[in-house]
Structures are given as C-alpha cells and as structure tokens.
Write a protein that binds this ligand. Structure first.
Ligand code: NAP
Ligand code: MN
Length: 266
C-alpha cells in the first residue's frame, strides 16, 4: 500500500512524520506523493484541510487520518502516543472506513467561465468593501434577498468550525446536509431575511445570484479568492465524500464534548 504524510512542518510534527515514515516503510508500505491510498496529516485541523485539498482529485482512492500535535482536533483526532498502534493497524489492511459529506460550490461567471470546488469545512461569500446583495434561491424557487456581510455554507463536519462562531447548529456528519448561516444581515422594513440558520438536505440546491456587479471574496476552507463578474454561486451536498480510516471508536459527540465542554466527561 502507498502512503503519504503531510506535516504542519513544526519541529514536533516533523519528528512524528519521520518516525511514522520509518515504521511504515519497515512494514513494506511505499511512500508515494502522487497516488497515496492513505494520507496521514500530522499537525492540526488546518493541516488536515491542506492534506484534503492536496488529494481532493482522488477522494475515492484515498483514505485520510489525522494525528494532532497541538490540541485535540476534529479531523486530527489521534494522539502522538497512539502512532505505534496506528502504524500496525495501517499495515494490516483492510481497515475500516468512515465517510463524511462534503459541500460542492460552483461559481459561474457572466463570461461563461465556471469553477467547481469541494469544501470539507465551509465556503464563505463576502466582499472586501460594503455589503453583499444577492437573491437566495432554494431548489429553483426565490427565497429571500440577502444584504449584509456575507453567508457561510458549511458541511456537517465543518459545523463545529466557523459555522459555530456564527451561531449555527452542530450537525452530526451522518446527516447529509449543508447549513447556511448569515453574517450580519441587514434587517429593517426594506430588507428582510429569515435570520435563522437553514439546513438543506441532499438535492436541495441553493443558488446565490448577485443583484449588483461586485467583486466577491469567496473562501473554500482555508483559502480564498476574489471573483468579479459573478453570475451565480451554486451550493449543494456533493456527490463525492471524504473517507477517514478508522482504527478505534471516537464518537463525534465525544469529540464535541472534549473540544468545547469538558475533557474528563464529568
Ligand atoms: P485557523 O485560523 O488556524 O483556524 C481556526 C480554528 O478552527 C483552529 O483552532 C482550527 O483548528 C479550527 N478548526 C478547523 N476546522 C475545524 C472544525 N471542522 N471543527 C472545529 N474546529 C476547526 O485556520 P485553519 O487552521 O487554516 O483552518 C481553517 C478553518 O478555520 C476554516 O475552514 C474555518 O472554519 C475556521 N475558522 C474559524 C473561525 C472562527 O471560529 N471564528 C475563524 C477563522 C477560521 P487547528 O488549530 O487544529 O488548525
Ligand atoms: Mn490552524
């Protein structure tokens, strides 16, 4: 089996990377940057996002594992003292795989150009100056005209990230859905939005259509780009999924509790 290790590149992560690489090679696994079947991220959730995007073109042939060298992460949920056990498990395939839903974002320009992205956490649509104004359509029907700082559309596993800071709900990743949360919408007698976060099931496509030609700042997880001449931004649950190699149970709600409430379970 072919593997690749992506590290945050700090001293601790690099050391763990070297150790794991040695162990796995001793088990006759092959280090392969181009076509790894297993990708191990060593660092934090941010490192995991990078690893995901590096291999996003081969999701059906790649399983991911995250080892954290800082605080407990949502994707980086193995500890450095587990790596020996982890290496043995990886070496004796087949391993168990858990799949999580992703967000598909399609940006269409008036010129006919089109960009497609997959997000593991979320996509945010903002503008560098002033407010964004767009019509929000759900399943082809007009829903509202949004005016405000922007909109965040997150995946279930991304619901504990930026979405949570915006007051969105935490969604279990077994639920195939995307969540729309508002960023400072303007609400008065002229402009009105729903105000509450919306949770859309699979096949309920959300379309954002700019009302005036503006330049938008569109982020996909940890990277962002400026777009001009935007015709529409389409969001829905992607047909692709991310695959995690699972070697032990660590239920989602336990991760939520340990990260946000209390670590000793009391
Ligand atoms: P960052 O600024 O280091 O990330 C901010 C924090 O979010 C870090 O503590 C990061 O964990 C954590 N995080 C990332 N994904 C998460 C998830 N699914 N659930 C819970 N926490 C998560 O930037 P980054 O490391 O490149 O990560 C980018 C992500 O950070 C974005 O996708 C966005 O969701 C999130 N973010 C959140 C806020 C906020 O809550 N106000 C602000 C900016 C960015 P690590 O330290 O382990 O990397
Ligand atoms: Mn980070």
């Amino acid at each position: 089996m072919k593997f690749k290790i992506v590290s945050r590149e700090d001293k601790r992560s690099e050391k763990i990377k070297v150790t794991m690489k040695q162990y796995l090679t001793d088990f006759e696994l092959e280090y392969d940057r181009e076509e790894p079947e297993i990708v191990i991220s060593v660092g934090g959730d941010g490192t995991f996002l990078e690893a995901f995007h590096r291999y996003v073109h081969r999701l059906n042939r790649t399983a991911f594992i995250g080892v954290h060298t800082g605080h407990l992460g949502f994707y980086a949920d193995y500890t450095p003292d587990e790596i020996e056990k982890l290496v043995i498990e990886i070496a004796k395939t087949p391993f168990q795989v858990v799949e999580y839903p992703l967000l598909e974002v399609i940006i269409r320009k008036n010129s006919g150009e089109r960009d497609r992205f997959l997000a593991l956490n979320e996509s945010m649509i903002k503008t560098a100056e002033g407010s964004v104004v767009f019509d929000v359509k759900i399943k082809g029907e007009y829903f509202e005209t949004f005016r405000g700082d922007g909109i965040c559309i997150s995946t279930p596993s991304g619901s504990t990230a930026y979405n949570k800071a915006l007051g969105g709900a935490i969604i279990h990743p077994a639920i195939e859905a995307i969540q729309l949360t508002e960023m400072a919408s303007i609400n008065n007698r002229v402009f009105r939005t729903i105000g509450s976060p919306l949770i859309l099931p699979k096949h309920h496509t959300c379309l954002l259509e700019p009302k005036k030609d503006k330049s938008f700042l569109i982020s996909i997880d940890h990277f962002s780009r400026t777009y001009n001449d935007v015709k529409s931004i389409q969001c829905r649950v992607a047909k692709e999924r991310v695959r995690f190699a699972r070697f032990r149970q660590f239920p989602f709600w336990n991760r939520v509790r340990d990260s946000f409430v209390t670590e000793d379970g009391k």
